[in-house]
Design a protein around this ligand. Structure first.
Ligand code: GLA
Length: 399
């Protein structure tokens, strides 16, 4: 039987309906977002000291495997400032510092790739990088050299670029970060783009969108290995939750866990808070000498799962009162992660209601403690005692 024009029109209309439904369903499948980046960066542990060299970085890649960090999700081994030679070569190409990286950057990237890991490098969207200025010379920056430098990075097998903000000659930030974004894309190699302009030009408004389209952007100045510094960066970043989108994250700077300037309670808070904020988890301590307790923090897979949740949503602070912070992060499976942080110097008893967490009252829930790895059934409300500077973290799901 021949289809009548009317039935064809109906079929076309229902096909259009199916297409429209499929299109509107795609944001849900796009919710399988690229999670925040995880890995290592040498800066917080070495700065520019001589110990920052290829032997160290190869040793770190080895530790990723032997300590189970790769299995826990850490992927990038990144090197920071001071990797470059003082000048470009006669053709204007960047070169590594021959003392630190005598085998060259390509050989280092190959070594890291052979471990099933990815390799990241650093530059600055300025005429020279941030450190050090010796005899009035910094290390060469990327401003005006974007295409040439991006091509060099791609030829070395770079998978990640952290692009800093020093010596920027007051050129508009969007212009500078766009020029490198476009140069990286033009190489044809996927290179994760980490914008590092310290929150100076409100990068949360533009860095995650085309044409920059960065995977993350720093929202703060540099972290240091102290509770006060960690707290400051947390407070600046936690209020920016609405600007993070799946695959595009606020970055309150790299982890200090293991560097010795905070207690383990504070390092657990640091790791919990960064995870509930869907922040990049970049280890900043020397894994060749890390203490077992610090390593256990970095390997807490239940906390990591909150950071890496495929919904890709930054937790929202639902309470900031009297030194107590409550942050709630929706997760892909319908459960909610909750962090309760005691900023104060005294112990505190804290109650959080189911409503505050965004749960229906009168429900039955499984409340999993992500640090003690135990669980209880309950009505979704929390009652807890927190030591000074401590964070408790839970995953709450419907029974
Ligand atoms: C800036 C960045 C730091 C680090 C240093 C290197 O301060 O914010 O993360 O990369 O430069 O010099």
């Amino acid at each position: 039987m021949m289809a009548s024009p009317a039935s064809l029109r109906r079929a076309a209309a229902s096909l259009a309906f199916v297409v429209a439904v499929a299109a509107s369903a795609s944001p849900a499948s796009a919710a399988q977002a690229t999670p925040p980046q995880m890995g290592f960066n040498n800066w917080n542990s070495t700065h520019c000291r001589d110990e920052f060299n290829e032997t160290m970085i190869r040793g770190i890649a080895d530790k990723f495997i032997s300590m189970g960090l790769r299995d826990a999700g850490y992927r990038y081994v990144n090197i920071d400032d001071c990797w470059a030679n003082w000048q470009r070569d006669k053709n204007g190409n960047l070169e590594p510092n021959p003392k630190r990286f005598p085998s060259g950057i390509k050989a280092l990237a190959d070594y890291i790739h052979a471990h099933g890991l990815k390799f990241g490098l650093y530059s600055s969207a300025g005429t020279s990088t941030c450190e050090p200025l010796q005899e009035n010379r910094g290390f060469p920056g990327g401003l005006g050299h974007e295409k040439q430098d991006a091509a060099t990075f791609a030829s070395w097998g770079v998978d990640y670029l952290k692009y800093d903000n020093c010596n920027n000659q007051k050129v508009d930030a969007r212009k500078r970060y766009t020029a490198m974004a476009e140069a990286l894309r033009a190489t044809g190699r996927p290179i994760f783009y980490s914008v590092c302009e310290w929150g100076e030009n409100k990068p949360w408004l533009w860095a995650g969108k085309p044409p920059v389209d960065a995977g993350s952007w720093r929202t703060t100045g540099d972290i240091s290995d102290s509770y006060a510094s960690m707290l400051k960066n947390f407070k600046q970043n936690v209020v920016l939750d609405r600007y993070a989108t799946p695959g595009h994250y606020n970055d309150p700077d790299m982890l200090e866990v293991g560097n010795g300037g905070m207690t383990d309670v504070e390092y657990k808070s640091h790791f919990s808070l960064w995870s509930i904020m869907a922040a990049p988890l970049l280890i900043g301590t020397d894994l060749r000498t890390i203490k077992p307790d610090a390593l256990q923090i970095l390997l807490n897979k239940e906390v990591i799962a909150v950071d890496q949740d495929p919904l890709g949503v930054q937790g929202k602070q639902v309470r900031d009162a009297d030194g107590i912070h409550v942050i709630v992060k929706p997760l892909k499976d319908g459960s909610r992660a909750v962090a309760v942080f005691n900023e104060a110097d005294t112990p505190r008893e804290v109650s959080v209601s189911a409503t505050e967490i965004g749960l229906k009252t009168g429900g039955s829930y499984n409340v999993r403690d992500l640090w003690t790895h135990t669980q209880e059934k309950g009505d979704g409300a929390l009652k807890l005692s927190l030591q000074p500077h401590a964070t408790a973290m839970y995953r709450i799901s419907t029974l």
